[in-house]
Design a protein around this ligand. Structure first.
Ligand SMILES: Nc1ncnc2c1ncn2[C@@H]1O[C@H](COP(=O)(O)OP(=O)(O)OP(=O)(O)O)[C@@H](O)[C@H]1O
Ligand SMILES: [Mg+2]
Length: 250
């Protein structure tokens, strides 16, 4: 099997589409015959719920694997594997403070299964705490979704500073690219922001073609399905396909 690519979907800004993207990108890669593991590293557990697991009924989650060193709980859904999260993970941030090597815990936790996959996609929480640092240390690449809203650009300096600091622990960490999200092409300010994103980052980073705003993404979450299964004719699926192709072609 080819070398595993571990991709963190990361932006400390909330609500930019990270969890939806993890779900749909994972599904698309799996449809392209890739072995995919999704890791829900967010105590909000959106990804877990977006894929239909009831967090109240989950007895073993990422928390137990990271903190109690239990074996990884792997669920198979829609041709992909998922390590679910629960609200317990919120306390992991605090518990890890007391640990030596705390930044490495997720990387170590994933090591036993890593070789089983072509892609491991980690949905990061909207924060810069211990869990987020663990996500960036475990990753080979970061994909940064940026919402096509001017305010979304404000936090990016902090984000890049964090990435630089994490490179002390993970020197080979690559930025796969910036992914403009929630683009409403009918909204002038949105399209202008998309141009700002291209101008600001395009000279040094790959800027992927955007993911449009579409109610089908939110409906898919409510139906606990990847958008491709929920709404196969939705034209926004082509955005996800382009992203998957872009990643597969290097
Ligand atoms: N492309 C899209 N078009 C329309 N709605 C979307 C799109 N992507 C996500 N959403 C909706 O926006 C909300 C936030 O999306 P999501 O949970 O994926 O973002 P997030 O970045 O993971 O949020 P958080 O930072 O809280 O983890 C959800 O209600 C989701 O259904
Ligand atoms: Mg999320």
């Amino acid at each position: 099997m080819a070398i595993t690519r571990t991709i963190a979907i990361f932006n400390q800004a909330g609500g930019v589409g990270k969890s939806s993207l993890t779900r749909d990108l994972g599904y698309e890669l799996a449809q392209n015959k890739q072995k995919v593991l999704l890791v829900d590293a967010d105590p909000q557990a959106s990804l877990t719920e977006f894929l239909g697991l009831n967090t109240d009924q989950i007895e073993h989650s990422l928390f137990d694997a990271i903190i109690h060193r239990e074996s990884l709980p792997i669920h198979t859904l829609h041709g992909m594997d998922l390590i679910p999260s629960t609200i317990d993970l919120a306390t992991a941030d605090f518990l890890l403070n007391a640990e030596i090597g705390r930044e490495l815990r997720l990387k170590e936790t994933l090591r036993p299964v890593k070789d089983n996959y072509d892609f491991i996609i980690i949905d990061a929480p909207p924060s810069l705490g211990n869990i987020s640092i663990n996500v960036l240390v475990a990753a080979d690449e970061i994909l940064i979704p940026v919402q096509c809203e001017i305010k979304a650009l404000r936090g990016t300096k902090h984000l890049f500073d964090t990435i630089e600091k994490v490179r002390l622990l993970n020197p080979n960490l690559k930025i796969a690219g910036i992914l403009p999200t929630l683009l409403d092409a009918r909204t002038r300010l949105n399209t202008e922001t998309y141009e700002v994103i291209q101008n600001r980052f395009g000279n040094r980073l790959r800027v992927f073609s955007p993911i449009r705003r579409g109610v089908a993404f939110a409906e898919a979450a409510a139906r606990a399905l990847p958008v491709q299964l929920h709404s196969p004719r939705f034209d926004g699926i082509s955005d996800i396909k382009k992203l998957a192709e872009g990643l597969l072609n290097g």
